[in-house]
Design a protein around this ligand. Structure first.
Ligand code: UTP
Length: 221
């Protein structure tokens, strides 16, 4: 199978042990599948962006800082994977496809300003004709409302891409679902019907469960 794994920056963060466990899991998975990984920027990106904004930097400039941090995080995972990874983070999805011809695990960060690594991963999933897009994030799935604010929020086992787009649009209007995917990613998933699963990224073994088709997280289909 062709798999795209999007790992939130808050998931890899600075936790050395978790990065090692991700590397081990990825090596296991890569023995049977073609794996592309997209890494987010997390707290470091937010810190740098906040500081640049305080100096009056424009949003595109701040995005460029965010992209730089995602690529830095990608390099850290590449370091953990050693020879099993393609040695540099490709800067575009097309470059990632070319890098995959090496037979190694491809790890990249962001691409251009204006979106997040969720969208990068969804577009990469289109390019790679991925069988599965896994979004390993800080929550354990998609909820009807923000579970941190609303005790009656319900975790969904499954959601259609159309409903996900509606939820994200409603959140933008202030309803507060605090969703783990951004609008562009949801639109791409909708137009291409990419099978997607949102899982708790704190434990890399959840990726294995998702690959086995276990009921974990929330499936978008
Ligand atoms: P992330 O993908 O990490 O954003 O990119 P996020 O989803 O807000 O954060 P986490 O990791 O899930 O906690 C960090 C920032 O980098 C810029 C954006 O400003 C984004 O918020 N970025 C990233 C881009 O502009 N383009 C990209 O392709 C990727």
């Amino acid at each position: 199978m062709n798999i795209v794994l999007s790992i939130g920056g808050s998931v890899v963060g600075r936790d050395q042990d978790r990065i090692s466990r991700y590397a081990k899991m990825l090596r296991d998975v890569a023995s049977d599948h073609t794996v592309f990984v997209v890494v987010g920027g997390g707290k470091t990106a937010r810190d740098y962006i906040g500081r640049a904004r305080a100096f009056g930097a424009d949003e595109a400039f701040c995005d460029a800082i965010g992209i730089a941090v995602t690529r830095l995080n990608a390099r850290l995972l590449i370091a953990a994977l050693g020879h099993d990874a393609y040695p540099v983070p490709p800067e575009t999805q097309e470059a990632a496809l070319v890098a995959a011809l090496s037979g190694r695990i491809v790890v990249m960060g962001g691409t251009i300003p204006g979106h997040t690594t969720d969208a990068v991963a969804a577009i990469l999933a289109e390019y790679a004709q991925a069988d599965l897009l896994i979004n390993a994030t800080a929550t354990d799935g998609i909820y009807t409302k923000d579970p941190k604010k609303y005790p009656d929020a319900v975790k969904l086992d499954e959601i259609s891409p159309e409903r996900l787009v509606e939820l994200i649009a409603a959140e933008r209007m202030g309803a507060g679902a605090n969703l783990p995917l951004d609008m562009l990613a949801a639109k791409i998933i909708e137009r291409s019907g990419i099978l997607t699963v949102v899982i708790d990224g704190s434990d890399p073994s959840n990726v294995i469960d998702a690959l086995r088709g276990g009921q974990i997280g929330t499936y978008v289909r």
